[in-house]
Design a protein around this ligand. Sequence first.
Ligand SMILES: *Cc1c(COP(=O)(O)O)cnc(C)c1O
Length: 465
Amino acid sequence: MRYISTRGQADTLGFQAATLAGLASDGGLYVPEAWPTLTMAEIEALAGLSYAETAVHILKPFVGDALDEADLRALCEAAYGRFSHAAVTPLVQLDHRHFLLELFHGPTLAFKDVALQMLGLLFERFLSKGDQHLTIVGATSGDTGSAAIEAVANRAHIDIFMLHPKGRVSDVQRRQMTTVLAPNVHNIAIEGDFDEAQALVKRMFGDRDFAGRFQLSAVNSINWARLAAQIVYYFYAAVRLGAPHRSVAFSVPTGNFGDVFAGYVAKQMGLPIERLIVATNVNDILHRALSAGDYSTGTVTPTHTPSMDIQVSSNFERLLFDLHGRDAGALEAAMRGFEGDRRMSLPQALRTRAAADFASARVDHAGMVDAMRWAHASGQVIDPHTAIGLAAARASDLPADVPVVTLATAHPAKFGDAVEAAIGVRAPLPERIAGLMEKEERCAVLPATFEAITGYVAERARPRA
Ligand SMILES: *Cc1c(COP(=O)(O)O)cnc(C)c1O
């Protein structure tokens, strides 16, 4: 399998190089040259397989000859063996048609573990063949940082530097990062906000001198391998509900459009998905784009669903590429316009094409609280992000015989205060992080300047081989 950039100017790469690169050199995102497809019989044959074995079947065409099947199987078994539920991503039934797909049984209790556990192993595997070192730098407002740190702690060929805004992540979120004392893990609290942290990271990637000295890599969802790993649970869940003989709909709490894009890929591969519901909070750029063609940025309103408080969804570019008929020149012109004006309007023809796969909904605070109460009445305590997805699922007008699966993206204990405010119940911290509040922390505190951060990284990272 070869990977091309959405902007058409970067080199075409194989799976290994695309995974290590993250972003394409022309500023675009890597996508497969063509979507692989599964036959009806191949989808039928997924019934009864374990999660790890399903992952082998789904990932195989994307990995191509970068790994042989036995290696891929060993990686899938190692990645998903760290989940605390034997089904890895279990389905829970709420009523006659609504289901939750619990994606939070990994080490840091959010769905990002599903992809990052795999990505950490892929990095290590690809690097161990040579004497390369990878320097991962990232900025986090919460969930991505801890999931990435868990995934690469103690890996010999990787150093990770994770910036978070000092005092602006929750105690649980901070401790999930700073109590990992592995020597290759470097937490940095910057004296600034998340936007400053992210701007510093972008500047490191863009600085020729600095990026020339270290092999930098990214772990956010611009990385194709991360998206590929997320395709698996769409197949796993749909097959359990009767696919390929029955269509299923999914409602996805959306921020960067990575998770729901993985569902779109599953559909391109042949999984009968009736519709993908893009659920947003009041930061609704994606809902405006899909329902009215208005893809324009505003200011971010902080909500109880911080992982969905976004201005620009980086993975939307991957969908726009397909909507433009995979014409990289047209996409590049559209993205250049958007980067200049901070707005883009989607013509009717593109919206009609998108509407075949996607519906969307905007859910406000009251809608979120309602959904949490409704789920609680059915015996389930859900987190605020999941509640946005469930509210959108319940509001959709899909045919009554189509089961609707809401992706449960975080464990309710991760957002205990918001859950308690809504339903008066506090979800206990699961066993695996029960001792978190007593553990030793390690974290540097630095001013939010380029010199301070690059100086710190340069003293500790290993230069390019
Ligand atoms: C990251 C995240 C999301 C949003 O996922 P995207 O792939 O960015 O759309 C939703 N919920 C939770 C809990 C998250 O951590």
